[in-house]
Design a protein around this ligand. Structure first.
Ligand code: NG6
Ligand code: CA
Length: 514
């Protein structure tokens, strides 16, 4: 297996799959996954501008990680890795998906939810899906399958893709919620369907303007990527969406509080379009981007409060993190750039979303579990979201099939703040979208980097170096940084330390091959 080869690799001492913690435990597990939240966007990670008292409280009660990574600098691949335990770059088709893309995690696959279901958990997903639905043509007006229910979730209440992509409707299990059969949904990413206004033709109807990619069908005063028509009664209201999702998350945990439950709560903040509920408008002083982070923080606080009220807080492990780094402008003129001031959304790290630099994948991560996750601890252990599957399997006592979750290590002691020994290396990944006219083709090549200890190697690549104002980190030659001395990746030492550059290039090649 790939894992066998990895373990046999002489290049380094790898973290063992087996961990020191004995005996299976089955706490409730909630993974709260924010969308585009940066390392520096959270109070306990150093944000001086945006206040996140609820996240800070979580950190005070649990362990806060400073070397935690999402696997990729964009959403779909990060979520793919989180749920499968494989690096997304091992599979094709794992780049940012349109809203009508087929399901990329195929039915029956071993996944985080299927593993926990096997262990006796009630499993649910609430929020952003963005991993594709159906087999090639989704029937928005009928049974939507395959989807979350075919890869291990018992329950799903979710958006097909992103806030900025059609269809702007919610799906419960296999059906669009509130769909009026007399008003069927049609979706098209290439050509206009129906006669609804678009951002191109009716900019007067917009709350804020979108760039050409975000100028298709207008819903709720916001032009989206892609065209849709119909399904009027089923469409979400952006300002209310987080409250709706929180309501469903609370319903799920309330109904399942007797059994161990697993909830994947995939929140949208602070992804674009940023349209917070009116009660959060102006609360951050940083415009809609900051306000949605305040909304996120409040919502996490409410969920925790609800767990306490239900009497299950002590038996619940919460993993809070983000799918990729931050970005200011991501398609809409929403004042994020103008109001950023000296806020450092990625903290000390360079760039953010889409980047192969640290800002792309070094994300905030907080783990709480009263009496089990070390309280008030700041852990240096290097962990990737891809490790969650093997770590939780270890915790609940489920075996891992030898050929599944090949990149996932059982680091449960580290996840609980009980050990500082995490991974000794992690692969970082991004893939740029190539825009042609109004369509975003995904023909960009994978860009990979390898971090091991203090060293960060970025493989040379000819992809563009900038996207939406974030520097991606691509150069036609290899780069090498010493993160201990140079966390901001400013001083490329590849030419000064050629041996290490060569060694890490070969190591990355080997991980990719194996
Ligand atoms: C990009 C969109 C961006 C955002 C992103 C997905 C353009 C030019 N940009 O293609 O606005 O939607 O996809 O973000 O269309 S993610 O967090 O889900 O990966
Ligand atoms: Ca994201």
């Amino acid at each position: 297996t790939r894992r066998g080869l990895l373990l046999a690799s002489a290049a380094t001492l790898l973290s063992p799959r087996a961990s020191a913690l004995a005996g299976p435990r089955k706490p409730n597990i909630i993974v709260i996954y924010a969308d585009d939240l940066g390392y520096g966007d959270v109070g306990c990670y150093g944000s001086k501008t945006i206040q996140t008292p609820n996240l800070d409280r979580l950190a005070a009660r649990g362990t806060r990680f400073v070397n935690a990574y999402s696997t990729s600098a964009t959403c779909t691949p990060s979520r793919y890795s989180l749920l499968t335990g494989d690096y997304a770059w091992r599979a094709s088709g794992t780049q940012i998906l349109p809203g009508d893309a087929p399901a990329i995690i195929r039915p029956g696959r071993f996944t985080l939810p299927s593993m926990l279901k096997q262990a006796g958990y009630a499993t649910g997903v609430v929020g952003k899906w963005h991993l594709g639905l159906g087999d090639g043509k989704v029937d928005w007006n009928g049974e939507i399958a395959p989807g979350p229910l075919d890869i291990g979730f018992d329950y799903g209440f979710y958006m097909p893709a992103t806030l900025d992509r059609v269809p702007t409707v919610l799906i419960e299990n296999r059906r669009v919620v509130n769909l009026d059969p007399a008003d069927p949904i049609r979706v098209d990413y290439k050509a206009k369907v129906g006669d609804e206004p678009t951002g191109f033709d009716n900019p007067d109807l917009l709350k804020f303007r979108g760039d050409p990619e975000h100028s298709n069908t207008i819903h709720n005063g916001i032009s989206r990527i892609g065209y849709m028509t119909g399904g009027k009664a089923a469409r979400w209201t952006d300002e209310d969406l987080t409250d709706v999702l929180l309501g469903k998350a609370v319903e799920f945990v309330t109904a399942r509080k007797g059994a161990p439950f697993f909830l994947y709560f995939a929140m949208n903040e602070p992804h674009v379009p940023r349209a917070p509920h009116p009660r959060f408008v102006g609360k951050s002083g940083m415009g809609p981007r900051g306000d949605t982070i305040v909304q996120l923080d409040w919502t996490v606080g409410e969920l925790v409060r609800k767990l306490e009220e239900l009497g299950v807080a002590d038996d619940t492990m919460i993993v809070f993190s983000s799918d990729n780094g931050p970005i200011l402008f991501d398609g809409y003129e929403d004042q994020a750039v103008e109001k950023a001031g000296d806020h450092r959304m990625a903290g000390p790290y360079r760039s953010g979303k889409y980047a192969i630099y640290e800002g792309g994948t070094r994300v905030p991560m907080i783990v709480t579990w009263p009496g089990n996750a070390r309280a008030g601890h700041v852990s240096q252990a290097m962990l990737s979201h891809v490790d969650l599957l093997a770590s939780l399997a270890g915790l609940v006592g489920q075996p891992l099939p030898a050929d599944q979750a090949v990149d996932s290590f059982d680091l449960r002691a580290a996840f609980l703040g009980q050990s500082e020994k995490g991974r000794d290396h992690v692969v970082q990944d991004t893939k740029l979208m190539v825009t042609t006219g109004t369509t975003v083709a995904s023909s960009g090549a994978r860009i990979l980097a390898l971090r091991a200890g203090d060293w960060k190697f970025i493989r040379g690549s000819v992809e563009p170096h900038e996207f939406h104002g974030n520097q991606i980190g691509t150069l036609p030659r290899h780069q090498l940084y010493n993160l201990a001395r140079d966390p901001g990746e400013r001083d490329d030492v590849a030419a000064k330390v050629p041996d290490r550059t060569r060694q890490m290039a070969a190591w990355l090649d080997k991980i990719e091959r194996d």
